[in-house]
Design a protein around this ligand. Structure first.
Ligand SMILES: Nc1ncnc2c1ncn2[C@@H]1O[C@H](COP(=O)(O)OP(=O)(O)O)[C@@H](O)[C@H]1O
Ligand SMILES: [Mg+2]
Length: 617
């Protein structure tokens, strides 16, 4: 035993406070997408090794736990009969030593498991968040809930339940000890253990469904709460509070009622099993007394057997009480493993030379589940590097859907999109993210500073890069006028920025870094005339810088600055060609000339919705 001890401390040393601090740094730094499968394998290895170490702790601790019964046995059978004070003193010293060792090892294993839990969480946090964000991006926002599963696993590992469960494999020692005292007593305790075990199994079956239903309803409730908080102003202004809280309340009530049902059963079974545990101790004492009267065992053995029995059945009790957290932790692990294994981020990709911005789209078909309605069909076009393309068409034509396909956030059912000759999904995601800019139709900024928003949340972005992007998007003056300039913190709804200002900050974000290909989805929907001028200048600058841009717009002014135009209607590309030709075909010569002819950027007279101008024609 003493030879093993250094090994224990060295194992603990492996997961030291220092290594946790380093993990903290990993968590804080924005790293490129980590290797998900490798991280999962690492976490599983850490877990496996630590469970082995813990099993080793458990064996020693449980052997040491025999100290008190042995002490009792020795006192009643030796000391009291021999009346030897020396023996009593020696025994007491040895037993107190054993108890002290027990206490120290118990403290050590708790310190150890705490660090293992942190280690596992830090190993998995980054991969899980990356994979969940990617999954949310591909249309499964519920995957973001998996982030909470990390905490579930940590809570389970740091709760007493795991330690109690770890004791379970050691219980045979106790059974064998009781058998050695007397086989009759052994059979009694085996019988009771069997009954308690059956109860535990029955409890597992009865509560499993309830616990998992409670968990998923709880997940939906928190997702819902999240959207209430994001739409707090809408909810408040239009008197939706009661309705919104009713929906949240329903989910929460479902979660709670399932939880109550499962816990009812848990409490009942726990009570019964506690009763059984006390009864088995009485049964052993009673039967032991009979055996003692027959002279088969001594009184000390009788008392020791009863104490050991209590200890032997404890893990069964613990397993029933801790069943809930065990189920939650294993299903949390299951979700994490599935997310990490199935994430598209796993596909290793060659790091290609940065693209030149040449875009080629070939016969795209997009018909998403569940109803497989065709949203886009037969989209084919080529765009040279540094060209500006305008996309127009009525609401619901599929413009936003096309934008999302072009930046790879959704995948077409057929056809392909190539950037610089390489299919979008063959690009390394982090590299692709760097060379692509996207301004979505509905701008959502993060509740961090304006600066961090522009920098795409990159921690290591330099002030120069941020300023360059703001300048490029012509939003520097707007930001400079904010109360704390670039450091102004945004709230969840983007305030204190106005709708137009949010769009302009998001424009700067789209051009942050060195993008080669930028998609702007109705970038001027909230802009005033200053904003429009800035946007037009940005598109011009992008052309000059060789950045390929695609601008979706409902207004004509912007079309002045593009090279080519696509007209979408009902998911079909009904026109594609050079600007002048398409403008003439769509609006007639007079309006086309008006759009093209007025090159002066500060003139915003015809900055009207398409429909209105068409009517004037
Ligand atoms: N995830 C989706 N599932 C099913 N239909 C969708 C989805 N997203 C958009 N649509 C439908 O696709 C059509 C085009 O939408 P969208 O691309 O947003 O149009 P636009 O941007 O041109 O106004 C609309 O009819 C819309 O209802
Ligand atoms: Mg749209």
């Amino acid at each position: 035993m003493s030879a093993e001890k250094p090994q224990v401390t060295s194992r603990i040393g492996q997961i030291s406070l220092e290594s946790i601090k380093e993990d903290e740094k990993v968590l804080q730094h924005s790293e490129p997408a980590p290797n998900l499968r490798l991280s999962l394998a690492q976490a599983v290895t850490v877990l496996r090794k630590s469970l082995l170490s813990l099993a080793f702790f458990s064996i020693i601790l449980n052997v040491l736990a025999l100290a008190t019964p042995i002490y009792l046995f020795q006192i009643s059978d030796r000391v009291l009969t021999s009346r030897s004070i020396d023996t009593l003193v020696m025994l007491t010293i040895i037993i107190i030593g054993a108890l002290a060792l027990h206490a120290v090892l118990d403290i050590l294993r708790r310190l150890y498991i705490l660090r293992v839990a942190m280690k596992i969480e830090t190993t998995l946090a980054n991969p899980v968040i990356s994979a969940a964000a990617r999954a949310a991006n591909l249309g499964s926002p519920q995957e973001l809930q998996v982030v909470n599963d990390l905490a579930t696993i940590r809570n389970f590992m740091t709760s007493p339940v795991l330690l109690i469960l770890m004791d379970a494999p050691v219980t045979p020692i106790f059974f064998i000890t009781v058998f050695m005292i007397h086989p009759n007593l052994g059979w009694i305790i085996i019988g009771f253990a069997f009954v308690t075990g059956v109860l535990a199994l029955w409890n597992q079956r009865a509560t499993r469904i309830h616990f998992s239903e409670a968990q998923s309803a709880g997940g939906r409730a928190s997702l819902y709460l999240d959207s209430i908080s994001r739409n707090a102003q809408v909810v408040g202004a239009m008197g939706m509070t009661a309705e919104a809280s009713r929906i949240w309340g329903n989910e929460t009530a479902t979660a709670l009622s399932r939880l109550v049902r499962a816990q009812d059963s848990n409490i009942l079974i726990t009570g019964i099993s506690k009763f059984l545990r006390m009864t088995v101790q009485i049964a052993l004492l009673g039967w032991g007394a009979l055996l003692a009267l027959d002279g088969e065992i001594t009184g000390g053995m009788m008392i020791a057997a009863s104490m050991i029995a209590g200890r032997a059945l404890a893990p069964v009790d613990g397993a029933i009480e801790g069943w809930k957290s065990y189920v939650q932790a294993t299903s949390a692990y299951g979700r994490i493993a599935r997310l990490l294994k199935s994430s598209p981020l796993n596909l290793a990709r060659l790091k290609l030379p940065d693209p030149n911005g040449n875009l080629s789209v070939n016969r795209i078909l997009y018909a998403p589940p569940p109803n497989k309605k065709v949203l886009l069909n037969g989209i084919t076009f080529e765009l040279g590097a540094g060209k500006a393309l305008g996309v127009i068409g009525p609401s619901g034509a599929g413009k936003t859907t096309l934008a999302r396909l072009l930046i790879g956030s959704i995948t077409p059912n057929a056809g392909e999109t190539r950037l610089s000759g390489t299919e979008l999904r063959h690009w390394d995601p982090s590299q692709f993210g760097e060379v692509v800019g996207y301004l979505p139709q509905e701008v959502q900024l993060f509740p961090v500073s304006i600066k961090a928003n522009i920098a795409r949340l990159k921690m290591n972005a330099t002030d120069d890069e941020i300023f360059a992007a703001a300048e490029f998007a012509g939003v520097h003056d707007v930001i400079a006028n904010m109360p704390q300039g670039y450091e102004t913190m945004l709230s969840q709804d983007g305030s204190p920025l106005s709708g137009g200002q949010k769009q302009r900050v998001a424009l700067a974000r789209a051009f942050f870094g060195k993008p080669r290909f930028v998609v702007l989805d109705e970038p001027n929907s909230n802009l005033d005339s200053d904003g429009e001028v800035a946007l037009a200048k940005t598109i011009k600058k992008a052309q000059a810088a060789g950045i390929t841009t695609i601008t979706i717009t409902q207004r004509q002014t912007l079309l002045r600055h593009v090279d080519e135009i696509i007209v979408l209607d009902a998911g079909k590309m009904i026109k594609f060609g050079l600007r002048d030709k398409i403008l003439t075909e769509v609006y007639g010569t007079a309006v086309a000339n008006a759009i093209i002819g007025r090159q002066k950027l500060d003139n915003t007279e015809n900055n009207q919705p398409l429909t209105k101008v068409t009517k004037n024609e």
